[in-house]
Structures are given as structure tokens and as C-alpha cells.
Ligand binder design. Sequence first.
Ligand SMILES: N[C@H](CCC[C@H](N)C(=O)O)C(=O)O
Length: 267
Amino acid sequence: MMCRFHKMHGLGNDFVVIDARTQSLPMSRAMARAVADRHRGVGCDQLILLEPSNVADVKMRIFNADGGEVEACGNATRCVALLIGGDIRIETLGGTLDASSTGEGASVDMGTPRFTWDAIPLAYPMDTASLPVGWEGLETPFAVNVGNPHIVFFVPDADRVDLQRIGPIIENDPLFPERVNVNAASIADGRVKLRVWERGAGLTMACGTGACATAVAAISRNLASSPVDVDLPGGSLTIAWAPGGTIRMSGGATHVFKGEIDLEALL
Ligand SMILES: N[C@H](CCC[C@H](N)C(=O)O)C(=O)O
């Protein structure tokens, strides 16, 4: 079955976007994993499937490279806004988001962060502002749900954290029943430097929800003030948030090419 797709990225966090609003496409974990495979498929960090919505302009389904369907993807949300254009409302498992395309990218209202232990979720009650846990020198992280679960470690230099090694250990710790996205952040001159090990995708060039989670954590700990510029390997995002409010994320989004793939040939 030939299937058209758009190859897009948000600061190098890359996506295969399939628009299934006019022709439904049953998606499976195996199919998502096969499309994301960088050797046998198209290759991407996340597969994005667009479907009709009863509550918004479009429903955006998000599948990590490991095939798991998840609640939120900030960079992909900007890409979908760029693809569709104008001001749009996007339904996701993590909530319905308002986005505005700005030509080179988009700004998105990512909703209200949640801080209670059972909203992250954690396996048992804890102070999510400063978890009394640590892994090999990464200590007292901040946990927050921004549609998806994130843990944020503030360190002297984010580049010196071996996320390739420690990321999957933390991602899969039993403290996180839904696993977790792992953020290593350092602050310099009021800006945040961020490196992310993503749940279900590994190290990525950028993570939109990671930037949101880290900005919320930095503002909550008085380490930075809103709006916060977050510098990731693939580029910078600007995150605005005040306690009690919603998170506003702005940044680039890029359409690279249109393609076609034989989905049956992948399995
Ligand atoms: N790995 C994330 C989904 C993608 C998030 C990231 N690509 C973004 O831009 O927010 C999770 O499992 O919750």
C-alpha cells in the first residue's frame, strides 16, 4: 500500500508526518517502528499520524521510534501547525493545543503543567519539585508532566552528562510507571543549555516538551525568568510560563520533502 508522507523536523528532531484525514490508516506499534527505522524504513524520531477530530481542526497521534504511542510532542506540534498553516487547534492524547504558524515555525500553547506525583506519574508519593533520588551524581531532580512525563536535572554543564549511558537507566527506572523523558540542563547568562534522552527515541537534536519542562523547572527554582531561551543541539526555543498559567513555546519548524513509501514492504 503506497502511502504519501511529509518529512519534517523541529530543530533537527525529525518526523515522518502522514496525513490520514481523508483516508484512514490503521497504525500498529510494529508499523510505526518500521517507518522510524533509519536503515530499513524512512527514519525519524517520531511518526506523526494526522486524523480527523471531533473537538479540534486535526487529531495528531504521536508514535516514538520504539513504536509506543505517546501524549505530546512539542516540536511535531509546531511542524503540524506549519504544514496546515494559520491558527489551528490540535487534539492530542495529552490535551487540545492551540498553535499558530509563523512562516518559519510556529508558537504553541502547550497547556498547564501538572506537578502532583500521580500526574507525572511516579510509582509512589514524592515531592516532585525536588525528588529525593539520584543516579550516579545526578541528584534531586524536578519532575513535571507537560502532556508527557519529564524529569529535569540541573548540572554544572549539560554537555558533560553521559546521557547515552545514564538516560536509558533512568528512563526505565521502576519509579516511572510510564517511563520518563530525561533532561540534563545547565544555566549560563540567563539561558538554559539542554540535552535530552527521550523516552522511546533516545538522544535527539531537540525536544520541545523537554524545553517546556526544563523552563518550568528553572522558573520554579528561580534559576531563570520567563521567557526562557533554551539552547538545544539543534537550535533554540523560547518558552514563556508563569506559575498557574499555560506554557507558550515558540520556535522553528521545517518541511524537508514529500515522499511515498510502500507500507506493506516494511513489515
Ligand atoms: N519522547 C517523547 C515524545 C516526543 C517528545 C519530543 N520529541 C518533543 O518535541 O516534545 C515521549 O515519549 O513523551
